[in-house]
Design a protein around this ligand. Sequence first.
Ligand code: NAD
Length: 477
Amino acid sequence: MDRREFVKGTAWMGAAAFAVGCTTERGLGLSRVGKMSTFAVKPFEKLRIGVVGLGRGYAGVCGFDMIPGCEVTAICDLNAARIKKSLDHIEKSNRPKPAVYTGGPEEWKRLCDDPNVDLVYNATPWQLHAPVALYAMQHAGKHVVTEVPSALTVDHCWELVETAEKYGLHCMQLENCCYGENEMLILNLCRKGMLGELVHAEGAYIHDLRTYNWGKWNDKGSNPSVDPETGYPAYWNYWRLRHNAVHKGNQYPTHGLGPICWYMDINRGDRFDYLVSLESNQLNFEAFAKARFATDGWQANQKVQMGDMNTTLIKTKRGRSILIQHDVSSPRPYSRLNSITGTKGAVLDFPLRIVWEDKPGAGAHAFFDKDKLAEVCEKYKHPLWRQAGDIAKRTGGHGGMDFLMLLRLAYCLQNGLPLDQSVYDLASWCCLCELTEKSVRNRSCSVDIPDFTRGGWETAKPIDNITVDLEKMGGKA
Ligand SMILES: NC(=O)c1ccc[n+]([C@@H]2O[C@H](COP(=O)([O-])OP(=O)(O)OC[C@H]3O[C@@H](n4cnc5c(N)ncnc54)[C@H](O)[C@@H]3O)[C@@H](O)[C@H]2O)c1
């Protein structure tokens, strides 16, 4: 790809994706308010999954492969090597061969239409998330789960909510970080009241992704070298760089935010009210390309609009504050911050530190020491981690969280239970992509955050009992 082709792509996306004005109110109460918070469908005896996008989606293929009662019945990707890798894995596990959809950019529609697919698992690049999910529900009548962020615009968020409500279908975002060991430990501490009334939380996605954005370089520093498996120089068609090059704001907000929303019962007793967003200048994206690639190549001359560090503050209806950061271009170690403060104590993560007062007003000036921390972690380990943490860790996938998310998803669908993340969660977490950009481009003005539950948040119950019955699951075919 040369620079002209790249720019052509970014111009198209910029025009399509960003508008200063956006819809913040929608829906005239055509359907019962907030009904998707407790939405459940008839139990699936056997759950048949179609996976689209086999980069991240390969983890889905391997994960479902291990869960009794689940079968990957269809796969779709443009890339032959990725199709082969999934087929090889399925064959090695002695599972039935899935239908294969490949060879064209709209083959995913055929996967959605496949009568042997109950659930579409969408792990495509961001730009395809909402289109695939909407088609799966509107045209194929399928439940759909989508990688993060599941939507990039407020309009798409509303459309996903209204479609799921209208057709009575699950539309869940695959926010795996909600199932992290520390995140679920903190959730348990919050539920047990160990931190008191919650006041403030901080989350982030701080991850140096410059090689993924720009591609790897070869020894001569000229054209990027390609991935030997896929033939791609970076992500497929530079989808992440294309997006970041023409956007500001937090375009990947949910890894830090999702767990906080569980701690704070967002959409289930509280909700986002408004946000302000501010961002630093951008030096690191372009400096990296200049340092790594030939001076006359398109990379060294490509402009990127996204600031290196975006900081967003959210105020909730119950008066709490949330700080969310995004930085994928600075040379610094990974962090999701994952911190929460209440009236009795606080937890800070990366690395994990916990403290609470011995008695009210005693103060908490130093975190628990190593022994006390270990004792607290063991005592308050989340029940899901107690049940399946060992298997999850052995399976891998971001320390086990990926497997626990799939396990819990399968368990809920096999038992006719509501899913842990509703379509309202998807919409209220993802609308930040557009709304933070709107704030950043307008001198950090405050922007209202829509109530996608249309009042349902006031009566919806906090999610609880996030557990599985492994014995019952083991009995499935
Ligand atoms: N939750 C997590 O921890 C996590 C981790 C990694 C990636 N992700 C998300 O997963 C998604 C995919 O990321 P990735 O790292 O796999 O990217 P990738 O570029 O490596 O893979 C995308 C795949 O989609 C395929 N594809 C593109 N257009 C297609 C089309 N029209 N039809 C069929 N296939 C198509 C490509 O061939 C490629 O194999 C992104 O949304 C990303 O944010 C999430």
